[in-house]
Design a protein around this ligand. Structure first.
Ligand SMILES: Nc1ncnc2c1ncn2[C@@H]1O[C@H](COP(=O)(O)OP(=O)(O)OP(=O)(O)O)[C@@H](O)[C@H]1O
Length: 206
């Protein structure tokens, strides 16, 4: 479903990917656990079309990543960025707004579903009335997770998605990924991700 074929990429003066090959089948769970600065975030950003490879090809559902395909490809991806980029505003309104975007209008979403998820991830309902700029890193990360879970897209790209969470919460999200049928690529250093059925990738330079 996702294929990197001999992909090389240099940013600045640093070669991050060198003839990199990776085949990801539908439903696979891939965890990238290369050292800091190795290019994990960049690999995810390549799939979103934020960077283009210097050499090689990237295929998504047999289609080559090209500017004209990116809109359709992105509509199938739930992306959790490292800094959880939520718009400014009251949490409840931010979620409402996101589910009113044209691309998300066919998704089943309600305030009750949001509240159920908020409870599941050990947040309190009063977070709905808080501004997204006034919440902690751990709260923000859990809201990002709630968003990708509710968006319910077939492919998840997760960039250090458990870095700000306690052990119980890390395990909660690892368990969610274990049981989902979605195709998942996750960058993380957390040991909780080193478990079946995750495929661990440690080297981006071959
Ligand atoms: N647009 C850019 N121009 C030049 N260099 C860049 C650019 N984006 C990233 N880099 C550099 O590429 C390297 C890889 O960055 P990236 O964020 O992908 O690493 P990472 O493996 O995710 O690291 P970490 O685990 O610390 O988040 C870093 O040295 C970074 O400074």
């Amino acid at each position: 479903m996702i294929r990197f074929k001999n992909v090389s990429l240099t940013l600045g003066n640093k070669q991050l990917l060198e003839q990199f090959n990776l085949n990801i089948a539908k439903g696979d769970k891939v965890v990238i656990s290369a050292p800091s600065g190795a290019g994990k975030s960049t690999l995810l950003k390549l799939l979103l079309g934020f960077f283009e490879p210097d050499e090689g090809r990237i295929l998504f559902n047999q289609k080559e990543l090209r500017p004209e395909n990116m809109r359709l490809i992105r509509s199938q991806i739930g992306y959790l960025s490292q800094d959880i980029d939520l718009p400014n505003g009251k949490v409840e309104e931010v979620f409402d707004e996101i589910f009113h975007y044209a691309v998300n209008r066919n998704i089943n979403y309600s305030r009750d579903m949001l509240i159920e998820k908020i409870r599941e991830v050990n947040l309190k309902e009063d977070i709905l009335a808080k501004n997204t700029i006034d919440i902690s890193g751990g709260e923000r990360q859990r809201l990002g997770w709630i968003l990708v879970m509710l968006l319910n897209r077939p492919v998840l790209l997760l960039d250090e998605p458990t870095s700000a969470l306690d052990e119980a919460m890390k395990n909660y999200f690892v368990d969610y990924i274990k049981q989902t049928k979605k195709t998942v690529i996750c960058s993380s250093h957390d040991k909780e991700w080193h478990t079946e059925p995750m495929r661990i990738i440690t080297n981006l330079r071959s």
